[in-house]
Design a protein around this ligand. Structure first.
Ligand SMILES: *[C@@H]1O[C@H](CO)[C@@H](O)[C@H](O)[C@H]1NC(C)=O
Ligand SMILES: *[C@@H]1O[C@H](CO)[C@@H](O)[C@H](O)[C@H]1NC(C)=O
Ligand SMILES: *[C@@H]1O[C@H](CO)[C@@H](O)[C@H](O)[C@H]1NC(C)=O
Ligand SMILES: *[C@@H]1O[C@H](CO)[C@@H](O)[C@H](O)[C@H]1NC(C)=O
Length: 187
């Protein structure tokens, strides 16, 4: 299966998902949040979830009374990643790639500027509890990630950004799942 179709399927299946969740207790830990997120989207990697939340979290947030804190941390990690991809694209463009690769990278530069701004909006929406807006922004950004990856396929090239596009897909899927957990928790 082509990587970009894998990413599309992941996005598609998670958009269709609405599972009821039951989370007991007022305080939630990273581990509980990751277990709950995995119940929402089963292909989430538990270790990836724990390391993303722990590494990007201050110690004070390792246990939170609000799952939304973890949604914010995951969304912030996704946004930071998108900005890093833009920097990597600039670096790759400086190595004077062949014309086809260059045009793919230029396309992806445009895509990722949109990804970064969409996910910046998602972080703000998550913190304001505008979950519908947040989900739309997450999915709009993901559509641009897919557009970047598809462009490589169209050019008949191995994507120079494939690893980074996969991390984007993993982070947005994780954010989406944690947001579902936060929403269903109804604090
Ligand atoms: C945050 O999470 C991302 C994704 O797992 C990871 O690559 C990064 O190293 C983490 N830490 C920081 C400080 O951003
Ligand atoms: C969660 O904790 C913060 C500060 O730690 C507090 O301001 C807030 O009221 C708490 N929320 C709930 C729902 O207990
Ligand atoms: C969201 O997370 C960022 C860091 O990832 C933090 O600086 C900010 O205070 C958080 N906002 C809320 C409302 O938790
Ligand atoms: C990448 O996109 C940004 C924003 O659209 C633009 O300012 C920048 O010049 C682009 N970089 C290249 C190398 O085209």
């Amino acid at each position: 299966m082509k990587p970009y179709s894998m990413i599309s399927i992941t996005l598609f299946s998670l958009l269709l998902l609405t599972l009821p969740l039951h989370l007991a207790g007022a305080l939630v830990s990273v581990r509980e949040t990751c277990k709950a997120a995995k119940k929402v989207v089963s292909n989430i990697n538990y270790k990836f979830c724990v390391s993303t939340l722990c590494e990007n979290s201050t110690l004070a947030f390792l246990v939170a009374n609000d799952t939304r804190v973890f949604a914010n941390i995951s969304a912030t990690a996704a946004t930071t990643h998108a900005h890093n991809v833009i920097i990597s694209i600039q670096d790759l463009l400086r190595t004077s790639p062949d014309p086809v690769t260059k045009s793919v990278l230029m396309h992806c530069n445009g895509s990722y500027n949109y990804v970064a701004s969409s996910w910046d909006k998602a972080v703000i929406a998550i913190n304001k509890k505008n979950d519908d807006v947040a989900k739309i922004s997450l999915s709009e950004g993901m559509t641009s990630v897919i557009s970047c990856e598809t462009q490589c396929g169209n050019a008949g090239k191995l994507s120079p950004l494939i690893e980074m596009n996969i991390v984007s897909a993993k982070l947005v899927t994780l954010t989406y799942a944690i947001l579902e957990v936060a929403e269903k928790n109804k604090y």
